[in-house]
Design a protein around this ligand. Structure first.
Ligand code: PMP
Length: 382
């Protein structure tokens, strides 16, 4: 199988699986237990927290483990806006786990202002500027789009928000950016970003664990109360093996560590090769030139992408059609927001890459897509 749907979920790295198995055999103890075995387990969790904090350029006690990025986004959005007053500003390019929080807030009477996207998939900064006022308590803008890979300049956005209203809090969903672009050189605190969401299974860790960065200066209530785990902010016995696996994946040397690696890595070479080949053969790029390099969204209005996806799957090539966790309606939401027509949306595919992919695979996939495309276009002409 050639797997080009890594933004849906990434295969856990072999070293991650080994580490989790070893951990579950030897350190299954409850990290809250006061005997040595429990204390040792809790120290291992703290080591994991430090690895993740270092990757983001923040402090360990600003990282809170959650069950998923969905949970982290719910926490930031639903508890993050101060005193539950004022308006909330959210971009139209958000993942469902932020978008639906916006709808929930709206149903509870909160004024939610949606910010437009430009047709390259990034946020419309002029519209953002207009939507923030003295009563804006929270802004949420995705760091990199999980649909198109387009990267928002969250340092610039953070500065813009704070210059309009210093009290406004800024959340960014970093799931599609974390480990794919360099986060250290633009540390979250410097960006004026108060909350940042990440997910383990998008970076070669296990499913069922994510984390929320919360700027130390921010006062936000617990999301889940109970036994007081995660410094009283998110109770529930820690998913210890998954947390260890998450940090092992983050520490993997194949992820991006610097600005130069961000510009030139294998995923980007694969991305550019397929993009160049297919755009010369009738495909249109959705999204920005300023892309993580790990996601490629293309449209061909002359074909039905769902049929193409099935034909490729029969040949052992797995690709995506927009966000895998979205239903049909919201699947189109992002491309719709950047002005795509119905035919364009129905003809859209999402290829997403991993450091485990190869150039050889890229060549096969590009070739196969062109072959199937010919068959499908032939059919639609008849
Ligand atoms: N945000 C983005 C940008 C995502 O792509 C996803 C996963 N599709 C999520 C949040 C939700 O992540 P999780 O599966 O960990 O809940």
């Amino acid at each position: 199988v050639i797997y080009f749907d890594n933004a849906s979920t990434h295969k856990p790295f072999d070293c991650v699986v080994k580490e989790i198995n070893l951990f579950n055999e030897k350190h299954f103890f409850n990290p809250s237990a006061l005997y040595k075995e429990g204390i040792d387990t809790s120290k291992i969790i703290e080591r994991s927290r430090k690895i993740i904090a270092d990757k983001l350029g923040v402090q360990s006690d600003e990282i809170y483990f959650t069950s998923s990025a969905t949970e982290a986004n719910n926490w930031a959005l639903l508890n993050g806006f101060k005193n539950k007053k004022g308006n909330v500003v959210i971009s139209q390019g958000e993942h469902a786990s932020v978008f639906e929080c916006g709808n929930l807030l709206k149903s509870k009477g909160v004024e939610v202002r949606w910010v437009k996207l430009k047709n390259d998939g990034t946020i419309d900064l002029e519209d953002l500027d207009k939507k923030i006022d003295n009563d804006t308590t929270l802004v949420s803008v995705i760091h990199a789009s999980n649909e198109t890979g387009a990267v928002n300049d969250i340092k610039l956005i953070g500065n813009l928000i704070k210059s309009k209203n210093v009290k406004t809090r800024f959340h960014s969903d970093g799931v599609a950016a974390f480990c794919k672009i360099d986060c250290i050189n633009s540390a979250l605190r410097d960006r004026g970003c108060d909350f940042y969401t990440i997910s383990s299974h998008k970076v070669g860790g296990p499913k069922g664990v994510g984390a929320l960065y919360i700027n130390k200066k921010i006062n936000i209530g617990p999301f889940i109360v109970g036994g007081g785990q995660e410094r009283g902010m998110r109770s529930g016995t820690e998913n210890t093996g998954a947390i260890i696996g998450f940090s092992k994946a983050v520490a993997c040397s194949c992820w991006v560590h610097s600005e130069s690696e961000q510009q030139n890595n294998l995923a980007r070479q694969i991305h550019d090769y397929i993009k160049n080949t297919l755009t010369q053969n009738g495909w249109i790029l959705n999204g920005s030139i300023n892309n993580t390099g790990y996601i490629l969204s293309l449209s061909n209005p002359n074909i039905k992408a769902e049929i193409l996806m099935r034909l490729l799957a029969e040949d052992g090539i797995l690709i995506g059609l927009g966000s895998a966790c979205a239903n049909k309606l919201s699947q189109n939401r992002i491309l719709n927001a950047l002005g795509a027509t119905k035919a364009h949306i129905e003809g859209s595919i999402r290829l997403s890459f991993s450091p485990l992919n190869t150039m050889h695979e890229a060549k096969i996939v590009a070739q196969k897509i062109m072959e199937k495309q010919k068959i499908l276009q032939g059919k639609s002409i008849k």
